[in-house]
Every structure is written in C-alpha cells, then in structure tokens.
Design a protein. Structure first.
Length: 132
C-alpha cells in the first residue's frame, strides 16, 4: 500500500509523496486495527474515536506551523526548523487542551497511574517501613 501510494503521488513532488504515505499509513492502521481487534471487545470504531482529538490537534498545529513557515525570512534552516517545531508543539498542546474531553482524560490517566502505583508499591512484611 505504501509503495502504491508513493508511485501514485510522486507526480506531485515531495509534498505529494508525504501526503500519499500519510494516507497509506492511516488506511493501514485502520485495516490492521480491524484485523488485530477482531474477536475482542474493542471495535475498529473505538480506535477511530480515540484518534479523533489528537488528529484534529495535529491538523490544526500543522496549519499553524505552515502559517509560521510562510512568514519566516531566515537563511538558516536550523533556525526555521526550531521555530517551526516550537510553534507546532505549542499549538498542538494548546489545541489538544481546548478540545472537549481533555480534562476527563487527564483525570482518568491520573487515577490509572495512582492505581498502578498503589498495586506496585507494597512493602514486604520483612522490609523496614520507609518514611513517608
């Protein structure tokens, strides 16, 4: 699928190949997810729904990055890369935090980490008690 996407999209240059490979990767993830999760309680739609918020944040951050890149007038590729990566990272974090459901995900992750910690951190009966 990836080779086919490269062959089809090579006529549009590096940007076309990047988009083609990205689309092939997305389609492959859906197909592999559907195959890998069969006979389990996880449906392919669950995988799709779980990836919506990060996908929207990535698309928005890429848009911000391209706007920033079009307004940069540096001769140093390293300076352009640092500025674009910083703008992408900040925009991604901001967009992900603004999309509904972020706070509930943080609470869920915090409770999962706490439950893992409480399960893993058990003092053996022969060990001295550690100060808290």
């Amino acid at each position: 699928l990836t080779v086919l996407s490269i062959l089809v999209s090579i006529q549009w240059g590096p940007v076309g190949v990047a988009l083609g490979v990205s689309a092939a990767t997305f389609i492959s993830a859906i197909l592999f997810g559907a195959h890998g999760f069969r006979n389990t309680p996880v449906a392919p739609m669950d995988l799709f729904v779980a990836s919506l918020r990060p996908s929207f944040a990535t698309i928005g951050a890429a848009a911000v990055g391209s706007i920033v890149a079009s307004n940069l007038h540096f001769s140093s590729p390293l300076a352009i890369l640092v500025i674009m990566a910083s703008s992408f990272g900040c925009a991604y974090a901001l967009l992900l935090a603004c999309i509904p459901g972020f706070a509930s995900d943080i609470r869920l992750i915090k409770s999962m980490v706490n439950s893992i910690r409480s399960d893993k951190v058990r003092t053996p009966s022969h060990a001295p008690l550690l100060p808290k």
